[in-house]
Design a protein around this ligand. Structure first.
Ligand code: FES
Ligand code: FES
Length: 206
């Protein structure tokens, strides 16, 4: 079956089985390896990309359901890691093993495009991606940092959402759904966290 897609702004045509998951099309046919396979059952979020602007778990999305869609992968955020969310991830040393992080970033970008200055509660509600390394606190801090960077860089611009989403909301998304254990609570109840505390000083994978 010939399927037409727009991937990271470029029209692409793939000749694949209609039930092939979009994840395999991206990784094995189009050689976009930044998006990862984790669980294969829409639970972990490692395979998250944007489909028509919505964070979508591509391990369970047949490519036929994405025909004609506008797809954005981690490679489409920037060529050099300069997207505000990628910069925040680097500055806060968010990744540990790194395996989940492209999915985490794509979900975070989508959140910030919808909600330029999210609260902790907004972040916890949106970020259903799992991280076996337990980087949830740094992810939360990096999202706040990215929101601040975008606002400081362009006051009144509306934040990251105003700098170039490749598609509008809607479309054949299979978004969200999974939840995982992660730190919760308001800033008033959590208290300060030293995100750079070395391993061995008390908390493992703070
Ligand atoms: S690999 Fe798709 S949600 Fe886990
Ligand atoms: S950084 Fe290792 S799974 Fe998230």
């Amino acid at each position: 079956m010939m399927v037409n897609l727009t991937v990271n702004g470029e029209p692409r045509t793939v000749d694949v089985q209609p039930d092939m998951p979009l994840l395999w099309v991206l990784r094995d046919v189009l050689d976009l390896k930044g998006t990862k396979f984790g669980c294969g059952v829409a639970q972990c979020g490692a395979c998250t990309v944007h489909v028509n602007g919505s964070p979508t778990r591509t391990c369970v999305l047949p490519v036929s359901a994405a025909a004609g869609a506008d797809v954005r992968t981690i490679e489409g955020l920037s060529e050099d890691g300069s997207h505000p969310v990628q910069r925040a991830w680097q500055e806060l040393d968010v990744p540990q093993c790194g395996y989940c992080q492209s999915g985490q970033i794509m979900t975070a970008v989508s959140l910030l495009e919808r909600t330029p200055n999210p609260s902790d509660e907004d972040i916890d509600a949106a970020m259903g991606n799992l991280c076996r390394c337990g980087t949830y606190l740094r992810i939360r801090q990096a999202i706040h940092a990215a929101a601040k960077q975008a606002t400081d860089a362009a006051p009144g611009s509306g934040g990251i959402g105003a700098t170039g989403s490749s598609g509008g909301p809607g479309g054949p998304g299979v978004s969200g759904g999974a939840t995982g254990s992660r730190a919760t609570g308001s800033p008033a109840t959590r208290g300060p966290v030293d995100y750079r505390r070395p391993v061995g000083s008390g908390d493992i994978n703070p």
